[in-house]
Design a binder for this molecule. Structure first.
Ligand SMILES: Cc1cc2nc3c(=O)[nH]c(=O)nc-3n(C[C@H](O)[C@H](O)[C@H](O)COP(=O)(O)O)c2cc1C
Length: 329
């Protein structure tokens, strides 16, 4: 699969853009485990053109994570064009436009998935952004606004006509937010539309190597994007890529192998922010990791882990888990 001239190989697997999750250290870690392409957190075009420094920091990309896309959102054509140019100067490989964010503070104001209620404006923004930059522009969106407006098959054609180089589709409507199950049938319908020639990247509820392979084989998508399944589990990309390449499931690693990765995440987060904010930031990953699922009577240890205020305290708890719960290291 190719986006513009960027060759992503066969069956590429992408790390989804996630606010407050896909910072530079997490992207590098997922890349290390085999993610074929990574995305920044979404960047507000309005904040970018006002030079808000926290937003500008989100544009920093590393050589080792390439190919990388910077994702922007907004509802104003001029602001989006200007933001697109600012992003291009930060030298990502791709610029992605977010037309899928369902949260009130974004969609409620008409940006993100809110644009699914104003298709003419969505198309105008897309066309102008494509014109404004020299790197490939891609779009990420949802099936439609709600169950009565699943417009993605027609919309995909219209977006393609605006000149985008690939389209990512999360198989939910805006109204669904993150509830229910992602519907991949419509993603498959977009892919099977003979008018479509740009790559289609499917997204939604991919949490294992087997599900990922099924998405490729049953929907025929060109790429699969993984979001929540990677939180607290960046090694999912290693499992998925191994299965796609060999048809065999990767055997489990020793418990300490996984603990060591989570500890690396803690240290990177603390280094990037500071001890207090770094630990706060990484709690989401520690809370989501499947590593501790199924351990009997783990609740108290989990609470202690999520309350730990220093790296020393946190690592002490993490290191004590195998002995406390009789887990082979
Ligand atoms: C915490 C969180 C933050 C997200 N932030 C973004 C974002 O900045 N841009 C975006 O396009 N999607 C964002 N999403 C949506 C994901 O990219 C993805 O489309 C969605 O989670 C469905 O995929 P999944 O089932 O693999 O998680 C976010 C999702 C989560 C859970």
């Amino acid at each position: 699969m190719k986006i513009g001239t960027i060759d992503l190989g066969e069956h590429p697997v992408f790390l989804a853009p996630m606010e407050d999750v896909t910072d530079i250290s997490f992207r590098l870690m997922c890349k290390r485990f085999g993610a074929d392409m990574v995305y920044t957190e979404f960047v507000s075009s309005d904040a970018l053109i006002r030079s808000v420094s926290k937003t500008q920091q989100k544009l920093v990309v590393a050589e080792d994570e390439r190919p990388v896309a910077i994702q922007i959102y907004g509802k104003d054509v001029d602001a989006m064009v200007e933001a697109a140019r600012i992003c291009e100067a930060a030298r990502p490989n791709i610029l992605d436009i977010n037309f899928g964010c369902p949260v009130k503070k974004v969609a409620g104001k008409g940006a993100g998935a809110g644009m699914l209620r104003n298709i003419p404006l969505m198309l105008q923004i897309t066309k102008e952004v494509v014109k404004a930059v020299n790197i490939p522009v891609t779009v990420k969106t949802r099936l439609g606004w709600d169950a009565d407006n699943k417009i993605i098959v027609d919309l995909a054609e219209q977006l393609q006509d605006c000149g985008i180089a690939a389209l990512s589709i999360h198989g939910r409507t805006r109204a669904q937010m993150y509830t229910g199950e992602a519907d991949w049938t419509l993603i498959g319908d977009v892919k099977n539309n003979p008018r479509m020639y740009i790559p289609i990247i499917g997204n939604g509820d991919v949490t294992s190597a087997e599900i990922c392979r099924q998405c490729f084989s049953e929907c025929g998508v060109d790429g699969v994007m993984i979001g929540r399944g990677s939180i607290g589990r960046p090694w999912i990309f290693r499992e998925v890529k191994h299965y796609l390449n060999t048809g065999e499931l990767l055997p489990d690693e020793p418990f300490d192998w996984y603990i060591d990765i989570l500890k690396q995440q803690v240290l990177q987060s603390v280094e990037r922010l500071d001890e207090r904010r770094g630990i706060l930031h990484i709690r989401r990953h520690l809370a989501a990791t499947p590593l501790f699922k199924g351990i009997t009577d783990f609740k108290q240890t989990r609470v202690a882990m999520l309350r730990a205020a220093t790296v020393e305290e946190l690592f002490h708890i993490m290191d004590s888990i195998p002995e406390k719960f009789g887990i082979i290291r």
